[in-house]
Design a protein around this ligand. Structure first.
Ligand code: HPA
Length: 275
């Protein structure tokens, strides 16, 4: 008989516990161009995705990622170096599978990062935006289907998808370092196309500050399971604003790399501040 989702999640968690037996408190998902953050972690165990039972198999990218277990600012953490995107062809359930596994490993706080395009005209490339709220712009909800009751309710409340106390802590860290952190609304799209000029305008009109191709689905399952979520976007482009500019994946990656040290400090100090 085919295994149910929860059976698979449990098997994967047991396998990972056989590889690294310490409970982890904090989960971290690193966005495009932000993978170097793993250098902040004192690595105790690395497990390639290809070795993990039931993990989505990467068919699109040349190389697949890994889970990194270790210590950061005195806390046991697990970080995903490489996430799964809906645009790669994974189902929404596959995209969020690792976040659900993290829950069974003990993760209570989830930090998400991503690269995003700004539609807020006050933003500049290289800015970091704390995500206060999000809008799903036709990204399928990963909770569609039979509810996993032991994870959370059928109709989860989404009034505080990103925890206010974590946002406050992050703002204080930003102030201390003199960072001009933005705070705003992330609009999640499926990609893989960047937006048309008309779509960037629409996203701005509906109340978005940035737009990106990840994060929303992961946030939804994390909130469903009662995790405290913090997320930040690195502004890697400004959408299409005039008749001239185009957006390339290369510029997105380069801009993310530039802003990475700031984000690393923010995440490290945020983890340190968790009680
Ligand atoms: N749109 C969608 N996703 C993105 C963008 C963008 O402009 N930049 C980086 N990820």
């Amino acid at each position: 008989m085919q295994k149910t989702t929860i059976e698979k999640i449990r098997e994967t968690a047991s396998f990972l516990q056989s590889q690294y037996s310490t409970a982890v408190e904090v989960g971290i998902v690193l966005g495009s161009g932000l993978g170097n953050f793993t250098r902040e972690i004192t690595v105790e165990k690395e497990v390639p995705y290809t070795d993990i039972p039931h993990f989505p198999v990467s068919t699109v990218q040349g190389h697949s990622g890994k889970l990194i277990f270790g210590e950061l600012a005195g806390k046991k953490v697990v970080a995903m170096a490489g996430r799964f995107h809906y645009y790669e062809g994974y189902t929404p359930e596959e995209v969020v599978f690792p976040v659900r596994v993290m829950h069974l490993l003990g993760v209570k706080t989830l930090l998400l990062s991503n690269a995003a395009g700004a539609v807020n005209t006050d933003y500049e490339v290289g800015d970091i935006m704390i995500i206060r709220d999000h809008i799903s712009f036709f990204t399928p909800n990963p909770l569609v289907g039979k509810n996993i009751e032991e994870f959370g309710p059928r109709f989860p409340d989404m009034s505080e998808p990103y925890r206010k106390d974590l946002i406050e802590k992050a703002k204080n860290i930003g102030k201390k370092h003199g960072y001009d952190l933005k705070e705003g609304v992330y609009v999640g799209v499926t990609g893989p196309t960047f937006e048309t000029r008309a779509e960037y305008r629409l996203i701005h009109a509906v109340g978005g500050d940035v737009v990106g191709m990840s994060t929303v689905q992961e946030n939804i399952v994390a909130v469903h399971m009662g995790m405290a979520v913090f997320a930040a976007s690195v502004v890697t482009d400004l959408g299409i604003r005039d008749e001239e500019n185009v957006i390339t994946h290369e510029e997105v990656l380069a801009a993310a790399k530039e802003a990475e040290p700031k984000l690393a400090t923010l995440f490290r100090e945020l983890v340190a501040s968790l009680s």
